[in-house]
Design a protein around this ligand. Structure first.
Ligand SMILES: NC(=O)c1ccc[n+]([C@@H]2O[C@H](COP(=O)([O-])OP(=O)(O)OC[C@H]3O[C@@H](n4cnc5c(N)ncnc54)[C@H](O)[C@@H]3O)[C@@H](O)[C@H]2O)c1
Ligand SMILES: O=C(O)C(=O)C[C@@H](O)[C@H](O)[C@H](O)COP(=O)(O)O
Ligand SMILES: [Zn+2]
Length: 361
């Protein structure tokens, strides 16, 4: 069964198709493409498994497959420039399509390349990690990292279609599956108490990769993301709630140099820190913060930062977060299960206290 969720953006409305075997359907893939030129961007872990299926759908189109080394450390301006050069070699015209086949790194970098080539071409997301299926392939945030901070260079550029072939999860390593579950838990935490309770009930099924449970978690997550993006495409307000746990999480990713800690893992730790800060500030029940940490822990995710990091340096990274205005910290705080809020001018001393507590184990 294929489920379809739409992102309702008027003339830029697009479908998210979720199902088994979608990459085995050349007509479906071909239906998402624009003009004669197609650039397929992937990484060295994904391309050997799935690139052939995509290339088989391209027919007579002029195309290239560009394969990057895998991992967050490759989401850089240098790799972006490499993709731009590959577009030039392809002689891609303005009606070309960039197809991002991979996880969130390929989707974010590929989307940014599509936003920039000739000032913007069509792009299609074929996500192959759980994290990309539930979050990064939807909503049009594209970016690369700088050593100074996550996603600091980017653009809003929506895909024309998202095809989620759940069969691709078969080759995804367990650690990556768990990282994706962190973003799934995020939707329950900030929007949907019933979904959080469902996740508590189905945590073991999800970890065991039961197809029905995974499809349900993906569809519910995509529905939440599609709805908020349709209401607030460029994060003028409500969309910022999707950043729950991310100001802490991105600080961790930046501090470790985008190595050893996956985005989903950083977000798991970040959500626990944000929930504890909210409880400390009297905005969320302590018991809810504890419940969130228990669920993330059950899902095999880290809930405390790696030891030995400097809390002052982590706070300094948070000061460069994109949500901040005029130098004042703006954080997503929690109001307990199912509700979150954007709060300005959070006391840095409280944030530092939470880092210290988390780092002391
Ligand atoms: N744009 C957004 O809205 C948004 C949302 C969430 C996260 N992100 C970004 O997404 C990135 C994280 O994405 P990710 O967790 O998918 O990481 P990723 O793209 O690095 O993929 C994780 C790893 O899994 C491998 N892989 C991918 N699919 C596979 C498959 N089917 N089989 C085997 N191996 C596979 C990759 O090669 C990589 O080693 C971060 O850069 C984060 O900032 C963006
Ligand atoms: O789509 C959004 O909006 C999100 O915030 C989703 C996040 O999970 C994602 O990690 C996003 O890339 C973070 O955005 P940023 O604006 O903090 O870079
Ligand atoms: Zn995220």
């Amino acid at each position: 069964m294929t489920r379809t969720v739409h992102v309702e953006l008027g003339s830029r409305r697009y479908p998210i198709h979720i199902g088994s075997g979608l990459l085995e359907d050349p007509q479906l893939i071909a239906s998402t493409l624009g003009g004669r030129h197609v650039m397929v961007l992937s990484d060295a872990n994904v391309a050997p498994h799935y690139a052939d299926r995509v290339l088989a759908a391209l027919g007579e189109r002029v195309h290239a497959l560009h394969v990057l080394p895998p991992g967050e450390a490759e989401k850089t301006l240098a790799r972006f420039a490499e993709v731009m050069e590959a577009m030039a070699r392809l002689r891609a015209s303005r009606d070309a399509t960039l197809v991002a086949l991979g996880g969130g790194v390929i989707g974010d970098l590929g989307g940014f390349a599509a936003a920039c080539w000739m000032r913007g071409i069509r792009f299609v997301q074929l996500p192959t990690t759980l994290l990309a299926m539930v979050d990064s392939s939807v909503g049009g945030k594209t970016a690369v990292d700088l050593p100074a901070g996550k996603n600091l260079v980017g653009a809003f550029h929506q895909p024309s279609a998202v095809l989620i072939d759940t069969d691709t999860l078969a080759t995804l390593p367990d650690r990556e599956l768990r990282a994706g579950l962190a973003e799934v838990v995020k939707y329950g935490a900030i929007f949907d108490a019933d979904f959080l309770a469902w996740l508590e009930q189905y945590a073991d099924a999800l970890l065991a990769r039961e197809p029905a449970a995974l499809a349900e978690a993906i569809a519910r997550s995509c529905r939440h993301k599609a709805e908020v993006v349709a209401r607030d495409e460029t994060e003028q307000g409500e969309r910022a709630l999707l950043n729950f746990g991310h100001t802490f999480g991105h600080a961790l990713e930046t501090e470790v140099g985008y190595h050893d800690l996956l985005h989903g893992e950083a977000v798991a730790i970040g959500m626990v820190c944000a929930a504890r800060l909210s409880a400390r500030l009297g905005r969320a029940p302590e018991a809810d913060a504890a419940r969130l940490a228990v669920l993330l822990d059950r899902m095999g995710l880290p809930i405390a930062p790696p030891p030995g990091l400097d809390p002052e340096r982590l706070l300094a990274h948070m000061r460069l977060d994109k949500k901040n205005l005029s130098g004042a910290l703006r954080l997503i705080l929690w109001r307990g299960t199912g509700q979150a809020e954007l709060v300005s001018g959070v006391d840095e001393a409280e944030v530092l206290a939470v880092w210290r507590e988390a780092l002391s184990g």
